[in-house]
Design a protein around this ligand. Sequence first.
Ligand code: WTA
Length: 630
Amino acid sequence: MNIDFNVKLESTVYHPDPIYQKESWMGDWNTAYQRFLDNPTRFWEEKAEELEWFKRWECVRQWNHPYAQWFVGGKLNITHNCLDRHANGDNKNKVALIWRGEDEFSERVLTYRQLYHQVMRFANALKDLGVTKGDAVCLYMPFVLEHIVAILACARIGAVHSIVYGGFGAAALHTRIRDAKAKVIITADIGYRRGNTIPLKSIVDDAIRNAPSVEKVVVLFRSKPHEELISEKQVDFYEIMRAADPFCKPQVMDAEDPLFILYTSGTTGTPKGIVHTCGGYMVGTYYTTKYVMDLKDSDVYWCTADPGWITGHSYIIYGPLAAGGTILISESVPDYPNPGIWWDIIEEQGVTVFYTSPTAIRMFMKFGEEWPFRYNLDSLRIIGSVGEPLNPEAFEWYHRVIGKGRCPILDTWWQTETGMQMITTLVGEPMKPGFSGRPIPGVIADVVDREGNSNPPGIGGLLVIKEPWPAMMRTIQNHDERYRKYWTTIKQYYTAGDLAVKDDDGYIMFLGRSDDIIIIAGHNIGTAEVESALVSHEAVAEAAVIGRPDPIKGQSIKAFVILCIGYEPGENLKKDLIYHVRMSLGPIAMPSEIEFVSSLPKTRSGKIMRRVLKAQEMGIDPGDVSTLEE
Ligand code: WTA
């Protein structure tokens, strides 16, 4: 693929009120970034010193390319910093979590003290099931408070959690359970979405067939009356909690012990189990929550992600709790029961920091300004975006209609692999629609050509990170070679897989992925995963999948399918194939269009050239096709 291209870079510049910067934790970018460059070790050490450690580290960073260790020798437990530190201090009565159900009037609140106690009890319940440090626990849950309690309980006892988004289907869940060798699964009988129920537990029942590592399934019952527990493997969430001891000391963890695995789509059919560790991840997420999102003690913070994605891990749970924030969580989707629900929640709860996705913003643009205008959004201080490029139109709308021309917008670029935010425009800095911004202090990033030479402004290239950072992934579960590839593709840099361009001020604009990953509504879907789901249908001989532009979701999936002999193309078969993908991977991976074809463009070595299909689809030049078979 040709990665060097000219990009037009003009953009309007917005200047937030100087008071934002004056009152921010970080201050101005130039000074803060220079302080980092002057002494990177001291920079990170200062951030780590704001947190509590059972034993101080001996060395801040040990870099043995491509393996980094951070806060080497340090001992900690992240939940001590997320819970005990607040619950045993002045913040004990501070609200930690406010949960809103899909039905407008269901709400639950936990103070730091209450959350601390629930986590300890559930941690003991897990211990009673035989879970010990290093065991993998898979969570497949709806977005309820118990989900967060269960996650923190794993971290409390040193179990490695692997959260699988509740929208994934049985096959996707099965792969993830097997790869992580999960000993315990925590789920609920049902989830709610747009007034419908999703049968989570029956999906788990399917997924654990042929998954010998699974010893127990913990079920949170929400429906009343609920079904009886039938198999011996199953236990009731609250029953085991009630039977458990109330006090649970945090497990002493080494800074480099694993904290969790989170699966993300890769360019092959098998998802990548990204492994994060305790110390560096804690410091990175705490630092960014406080200094980048500028979280203050009085804030009411709402991140609309789900715990099943990295954004949920880092910016609903670990970062904001470590920073002692008041966190709003909601099971509701943006448009149910009506497209005013989120603005209603912001007004009612007095949300001050709001963090969502470009897809959600574009959806609201479609519903019309009259919805947000019905509500008072004056409480908002800072608004953010993550997951995909925030296009200038969406930026302008977000800024004017939600931020009232006043709130700084944080368009944060980062990845499951990076663990923490990496590039954005700091609060109070001039903002340029279409540009995410500059690397945050602590991060050294650049746009380069294939050889790793820095590209001048206006010339597109690949985004790389030149030096390790504390919250970076440490390996990929069972596939360290896939990890090493990130750091060995271009020089000794970390290659993110994103195309980008920078302007004269060093602001970076993101232009999409350079590989076969499609980003739909901010969710990574590997083309290979969808293709193998299609091929697992009896009618399909071969399949190729591409992403094409979608006005709301950023991209959508189009599949090209070659049928097996004896099958006739037709509308019913299309529906059947879409349903098949839905059942195996989940609704997020469903193709929006299927085209039956008799051949696919391939290289002589047999690789499908998706880029040729994409160019055909979009009526553009396919570029170099010299390797095409015919
Ligand atoms: C894309 C989500 C442009 C990017 C935190 C990246 C973005 C992938 C942005 C990671 C942004 C995320 N602007 N693109 N602000 N944020 N991306 O692992 O392609 O789910 O590589 O992490 O999302 O997605 P992931």
